[in-house]
Design a protein around this ligand. Structure first.
Ligand code: NAP
Length: 248
């Protein structure tokens, strides 16, 4: 069964990591994929080819999610090329970790712009087509850190907590138009973002996870598929923790 047959999904930040995993799973399920990235041109080309092999339309757009006007241009281009926007996954994100004592203003602002303002930018951009269609599913990639905080990540935690408030408000505003909005809060997921961490720190984390392992990009792709598809038509305004039991 193809759960997203004929639907079009925009996924931000899909040249690698979690976004790439979501793009592949959605393509397997029949969705046409418009994905964005910031600088990984080669990886984006390769992903376009990998996705097209599933017999769907796939295109990578070099588009900075933190820039309001770029999001508008992206949505217009996707409508022209794909004809609809059914699913939006706001996945693009960065970390610039530091203790508050050492965190500079620039590191705070950049994290807020890329992680949080991007969600406003992209959601605004897809609103008109989704309102016209009277359907849509928006998925915001938050984090367990946004739910419970983390020392050394005040900027990141604030951005991810902000996404949850935005998610709940969007769900309240747009529910009557059959547009759903949910957040996913991944725990420790093994990607390039986490590969640079000290192995001793990683071991400390996995030991404290009830399921005793880091999550995979497939674990997040599966949750995203559920929220994107008609399997979850009565679910909106929720935060789905995908964290191996870290949050209970
Ligand atoms: P990642 O491997 O570092 O990939 C980040 C992706 O975002 C890349 O495709 C990157 O494009 C893109 N990107 C960065 N800035 C962008 C911008 N301004 N505009 C458009 N695209 C941009 O990250 P990840 O680990 O897969 O994480 C994905 C999301 O999940 C993030 O929001 C992250 O906060 C969240 N998350 C991750 C974990 C985890 O454990 N990994 C846990 C909780 C939440 P380029 O390749 O061109 O740079």
């Amino acid at each position: 069964m193809s759960l997203l047959q004929g639907k079009t999904a925009i996924i931000t930040g899909a040249s690698r990591g979690i976004g790439k995993g979501i793009a592949i799973e959605f393509a397997k399920q029949g969705a046409n994929i418009a994905f964005t990235y910031l600088s990984s041109d080669q990886k984006a080309k390769e992903l376009e080819q990998e996705l097209s092999a599933f017999g769907i339309n796939a295109k990578g757009f070099k588009s900075d999610a933190s820039i309001f006007d770029s999001a508008q241009v992206l949505a217009d281009d996707v409508m022209k090329e794909f004809g609809s926007i059914d699913v939006l996954v706001n996945n693009a994100g960065i970390t610039k970790d530091n203790l508050l004592m050492r965190m500079g203003e620039e590191d705070f602002d950049r994290v807020m712009e890329i992680n949080l303002k991007s969600v406003f930018n992209l959601t605004k951009a897809v609103l008109r087509p989704m309102l016209k269609q009277r359907s849509g599913s928006i998925i915001n990639m938050s984090s367990v850190v946004g739910v419970k905080g983390n020392a050394g990540q005040a900027n990141y935690a604030a951005s991810k907590a902000g996404m949850i408030g935005f998610t709940k408000s969007t769900a309240l505003e747009l529910g009557s138009r059959n547009i759903r909005c949910n957040a996913i809060a991944p725990g420790f997921i093994e990607t390039e973002m986490t590969a640079s961490l000290d192995p001793a720190i990683v071991k400390g984390w996995t030991d404290s996870i009830p399921l005793k392992r880091g999550g995979s990009t497939q674990d997040i792709a599966n949750a995203s598929l559920f929220l994107a598809s008609d399997m979850s038509t009565y679910i909106s305004g929720q935060v789905l923790n995908v964290c191996g039991g870290m949050l209970t």
